[in-house]
Design a protein. Structure first.
Lengths: 98, 556
């Protein structure tokens, strides 16, 4: 087993980034995906289904990346920041459609 | 966190695989049993041991039963917190549904009812009933369908219903499964060679790792697709985007859809009678036949019962393909005229239905079903050998340092490998021994299951002391013997209480019951082999080299 070069606190922070961060990122991805695909004329349930199928792959990649990226700050910025941006954009798309 | 990519993958594989592995064992094992959930139901409820039946006549058999249905007392009890003021006495019916498969002798019915004074105006309560479709007679409610109502939901909800907690744990475990597969591939790299490497005669740590890699790689697409499709099936639970943030968009789509399909979203408020549903079913079957499709009805539903806006939906059972199908045909309830035939599915829906159908297996193909069981059990072997490797790698060092980590992991491994079998077989024994007319019989069976599992866990922890000297825990062998005895006892009790011994069930070709009995005997035989090999190993180091790891094989 690899020698753990990081402190306990750092590991907890990584796990938090991996779970909470990648969840937030995936939420934003699915929301924006459904919004954009529906706006582009795809049937609603298709947009949902495609959002979920791709979303869980995105979740997997985001989760893995959170543990191997060098900078924890960058992980949080990209995952939480990106998630919030995409979710915000999804709400704007929704507003435009209603 | 780590100097390089491979080390971080190894860390993820070890720790997430270990912690969530205990959950994954449950998911894979009971998922495998769920492939034959209907057959296990036959074993558990002897009154239902007859041939599968097609959807019966709605007008003659189903309608009188539906008219008699009410919300279940449990559903009303659970709804108490969802209403303002006192609970209503009567619950106007909203919809009826009947669902069957090509493996069901009995038919499950449900009814949806309005919940008066509900805080959320769309809230409803449900009634359920199981009938003999030949006569319409009801089967006792408290006879638990152990396969389809206990093992099957256990594999995706762990029966932790509070706030859907079980679904979330299983979902996280599914993510961990995909993580373990990706990180496992990164760690090993020699994927092709591992397909052909198993050295049972080497020391335990080596052969456990060989088997771990072999089962992981051989069934890798199976494991990955099942973890992914399981997540997609419950995507709406894990990411309820369209019921929270995008709810307005969803509402907009619902209204559009009702306009497009002509299927009324709301009731009209004007009472109306229901035309002959049998005639509608016959018309639906005629239309499927014209498209060259098998014409068994899988799902039949009436929406807005008793209202002028009532409509009847007839869906096809997907016995002839992997993809989740339906080809729904919808009729106006009051007249029986056709409202709509579901259009051919789009590309995206086709992919989604295929993924979902692949996981839910509605098809009629027994060889493929057995391959599913093998795939699921290979997942169990993969996870269990992962535990063994973890323990073998650390036990000497931990013993030397007087650290108890490996001991705890070993105890939980025993609990989730042999303990899970003991719990399962105890439940089946309870099912055959409890009096037929015992009230809340199904609840007692569930207590037996959990009770036996807790006992197995306690035993595994109690017997772990030799691990402190880097020796093997005797709990493995002891629980193998116990599991074997319980499995044989279950088969014998089935014979004694129902008269259905193997000669009779095989002779008459009643495979649902014969299959469960044979699987129990096979599990017992494997457990005995495992227990004997464990003893040989415990006897001496010379024999040790010869003995293969096999407790995990007992999962079959």
């Amino acid at each position: 087993m690899a020698t753990i070069t990081a402190s306990r606190l750092h590991i907890v922070a990584r796990i938090a980034a991996g779970t909470v961060g990648s969840y937030a990122f995936t939420w934003g991805f699915i929301a924006l995906g459904i919004g954009l695909l529906f706006a582009a004329g795809m049937p609603f349930h298709d947009a949902e289904a495609l959002g979920y199928i791709l979303g869980f792959i995105v979740l997997l990649v985001a989760f893995l990346w959170a543990f191997c990226a060098a900078s924890l700050v960058r992980v949080w910025l990209v995952l939480a920041g990106g998630g919030a941006l995409m979710a915000g954009a999804a709400s704007l798309v929704q507003k435009a459609l209603l | 966190m780590f100097p390089n990519f491979r080390l971080s993958m190894a860390w993820l594989h070890t720790w997430f695989g270990l912690v969530l592995g205990f959950v994954l064992m449950v998911v894979f094992f009971f998922g495998s049993l769920s492939v034959f959930d209907r057959e296990i139901d036959r074993w558990a409820i002897p009154q239902s041991r007859f041939e599968p039946q097609p959807m019966p006549s709605f007008d003659r058999i189903l309608l009188p039963v539906f008219k008699d249905m009410k919300p279940t007392p449990e559903a009303i009890e659970q709804a108490r917190s969802r209403v303002d003021g006192p609970m209503a006495e009567t619950f106007p019916v909203q919809r009826w549904g009947a669902y069957t498969t090509h493996r069901d002798p009995v038919l499950g019915l449900f009814s949806g009812h309005e919940l008066p004074h509900a805080k959320n105006k769309d809230d409803s309560v449900f009634g359920t009933r199981t009938i003999d479709p030949r006569t319409g007679a009801a089967l006792p409610d408290d006879h638990l369908k152990i396969g389809s109502q206990f093992f099957y939901p256990l594999h995706y909800s762990l029966h932790l219903e509070w706030k859907n907690l079980g679904y979330w744990i299983v979902g996280f475990a599914a993510l961990a499964m995909m993580v373990a597969l990706v990180s496992g591939v990164v760690m090993h790299r020699k994927i092709f060679r591992e397909l052909f490497t198993f050295r049972p005669k080497k020391h335990t740590q080596r052969s456990a790792l060989d088997l771990h890699n072999l089962t992981g790689v051989v069934a890798l697409p199976f494991h990955f697709i099942f973890a992914l499709s399981g997540l997609v099936i419950f995507g709406g639970i894990y990411f309820p985007v369209t019921h929270t943030q995008l709810e307005p968009l969803y509402e907009l789509h619902e209204k559009h859809e009702a306009q497009e399909t002509g299927l009324p979203h709301e009731k009209a408020g004007v009472p109306a009678t229901l035309a002959s549903v049998d005639a509608m079913v016959a018309e639906a079957q005629r239309r499927w036949a014209a498209k060259g499709m098998a014409g068994d009805v899988g799902f039949l539903a009436v929406q807005h019962v008793g209202d002028a806006n009532a409509y009847v939906s007839v869906y096809r059972a997907g016995t002839d393909r992997v993809t989740l199908t339906g080809e729904g045909i919808h009729f106006k309830g009051s007249t029986g005229e056709l409202i709509r035939e579901d259009p051919p599915v789009t590309v995206v829906a086709g992919i989604n239905n295929f993924l979902t159908g692949l996981h839910l297996q509605h098809f009629r193909h027994w060889l493929l079903r057995w391959l599913y069981v093998l795939g699921g059990l290979s997942g169990c072997v993969c996870i269990a050998t992962g535990f063994l490797f973890f323990v073998e790698k650390r036990k000497r060092q931990h013993a030397k340092q007087a650290v108890s980590g490996a001991r705890w992991v070993d105890a939980f491994a025993v609990t989730t490998v042999t303990g899970m079998l003991i719990a399962t077989f105890s439940m089946l024994i309870g099912n055959r021994l409890l009096p037929t007319d015992l009230p809340a019989r199904g609840t007692m069976e569930q207590y037996l299951f959990w009770g036996a599992w807790v006992l197995a866990c306690a035993h595994a922890i109690w017997r772990t002391a030799p691990m402190g000297e880097a020796r093997m825990s005797p709990a493995w062998a002891e629980q193998c013997w116990t599991a074997a005895a319980l499995a044989v006892a279950a088969v014998l009790l089935n014979w004694v209480t129902t008269g259905d011994h193997l000669l009779r069930t095989i002779g008459s070709g009643y495979w649902p019951v014969a299959g469960v009995d044979l699987a129990l005997l096979a599990a017992a035989a494997l457990a005995v082999v495992a227990a004997r090999r464990l003893r040989r190993r415990a006897l001496g180091p010379s024999v040790q080299a010869k003995a293969a790891r096999s407790p995990e094989v007992a999962n079959a």
